[in-house]
Design a protein around this ligand. Structure first.
Ligand code: FES
Ligand code: FE
Length: 466
């Protein structure tokens, strides 16, 4: 049960004191403490909207996948009317998992223990030997259905919350929605997954990955340094920033959110200049869209953008589009432009969830997307390239997932747990002149503000009196 007072750990530490709002530091113990983990499952994953997948994973009536919503297994189902449901994967009889599969199709989920049966919408159908009324007479069948979460579909992405009367999904996204719409709601038919998500287990606390996904720009320069030095990604010979230096890519616009969401908007000017030989400032929006369609789109598809986005969103898309960032608490998105050996560019559209599996363990889940309208040749290239870079064996993710276990282990040290994470590089710029998007916006070389807002929201959710 949640206590009515702000939570305090068993050694007397107030949870809010783990985040020092004056010095912008976070106590390292936050990355390993089991007491905090239990609180997170209640106060974060038990309360806010959690990303579970995409509706194209369950296109037909009866389709389902099993996912984790914090520390609980859930069934994500589609019923006969086409509606998507998220149900606690726990039999209301004696608590067995209703489904032990990863995915499947059925109109009746039958518990393997004593045979209680449920519809894809969670309704209790009955128990074996109906005339013997195995479920008794004390509760009605209506009362014995599976526990249901509140569900929303956003651009086909499935989010759910146990907070049935809490804030709407739109309120949760806040100002960040304006930017996410540029990515997830830009085409007429929307996105679909390219196969089931890839998964692997990392021996790390979910927050080590979660706070990185809040648009950590700095680590790109060092941890992913090879991006500027190897193969098609090499920046060598590009004039400014040549010799493998990625630092020019670190200038742009970053959007922070009071709800911990984060976006890095990266300048397309150099890429458009390389492709057209022209100064991007003299090109119209149409000319820029033709020279470099958004990641994952073709020239033939760009007309759709005008039907789905505002002129202001199109301006951002063609000059400084959101390319990487996160949705609080544990989602990373990447809509990035990857140079090819022949001089062309192929986009990647990917989302990761860092699913908590205990204080020291997370499951990395990677979805790869394409627009439904994208031609097969492009889909094939996107799938191959995204696996190569951002998949479970991807070169980028090998880098990232190497740091999280070390941080988690370090946070257990007798001395280590008393050290701090620091977010002291502070923007002093504000939004660029004429920037049309809402939110907490800053321009310039990447800073710590997006990640700091991630922690401030963690502090708010974890520290509030209930
Ligand atoms: Fe499911 Fe008994 S626990 S039928
Ligand atoms: Fe990274």
């Amino acid at each position: 049960m949640l206590s009515p007072a702000p939570p305090t750990l068993s050694d007397g530490t107030k949870v809010v004191d783990l985040v020092n709002v004056n010095t912008r530091e976070v106590q390292m113990r936050a990355l390993s403490d089991p007491e905090l983990y239990e609180l997170e499952m209640e106060r974060i994953f038990g309360k806010i909207w959690v990303f579970l997948g995409h509706e194209s994973e369950i296109p037909n009536s009866g389709d389902f996948v099993t996912r984790d919503m914090g520390s609980d297994s859930v069934l994500v189902t589609r019923d006969k009317s086409g509606e998507v449901h998220v149900l606690l994967n726990l039999c209301t009889h004696r608590g067995m998992r209703v489904s032990t599969l990863d995915a499947g199709n059925t109109q009746i989920h039958t518990c393997i223990y004593h045979g209680w049966a449920f519809r894809p919408n969670g309704a209790f159908l009955g128990a074996p030997v109906e005339k013997e009324t195995m479920h008794g007479k004390m509760m009605s069948k209506e009362e014995l259905g599976l526990k249901k979460a509140r569900v929303t579909l956003y651009g086909g992405l499935i989010f759910a919350t146990w907070n049935i009367d809490g804030p709407s999904f739109e309120e949760f996204l806040g100002d960040a929605k304006w930017y996410y719409d540029i990515l997830f709601k830009r085409t007429d038919k929307g996105m679909e997954v390219l196969g089931p998500p890839q998964r692997f287990t990392v021996r790390a606390n979910w927050k080590a990955a979660g706070e990185q996904s809040a648009a950590d720009g700095y680590h790109t320069l060092t941890l992913h340094r090879w991006l500027g030095e190897v193969g098609n990604y090499s920046k060598k010979g590009e004039g400014e920033g040549s010799g493998g230096d990625l630092s020019p890519e670190m200038y742009g616009v970053e959007v922070s959110s009071p709800h911990g969401h984060a976006l890095r908007c990266i300048d397309l000017g150099r890429k458009i200049r390389r492709m057209t030989g022209l100064d991007p400032d003299v090109l119209s929006v149409d000319e820029k869209l033709n020279a470099l369609p958004p990641a994952g789109m073709t020239k033939e598809m760009v007309e759709q953008l005008k039907r789905n986005l505002t002129p202001e969103q199109l301006h951002v898309q063609t000059s400084m589009p959101p390319q990487v960032g996160g949705i609080f608490p544990n989602v990373l998105f990447g809509f990035v432009y990857i140079p090819q050996a022949d001089g062309s560019v192929v986009g990647s559209m990917t989302m990761h969830a860092y699913v908590p599996k205990g204080p020291d363990k997370l499951e990395f889940v990677n979805w790869i997307f394409a627009e439904k309208d994208a031609p097969q040749e492009l889909r094939d290239k996107m799938l191959r390239q995204t696996i190569q870079l951002f998949g479970t064996s991807g070169m980028v993710e090998q880098d990232d997932s190497d740091t999280w276990p070390h941080m988690t282990l370090a946070a257990k040290g007798a001395q280590g747990k008393k050290m701090t994470l620091k977010y002291q590089a502070v923007y002093e710029t504000g939004a660029p002149k004429g920037w049309p998007g809402p939110g907490i916006v800053n321009e310039g070389f990447t800073k710590d503000d997006t990640q700091w807002h991630w922690w401030l929201y963690w502090r708010q959710l974890m520290g509030d009196a209930v």
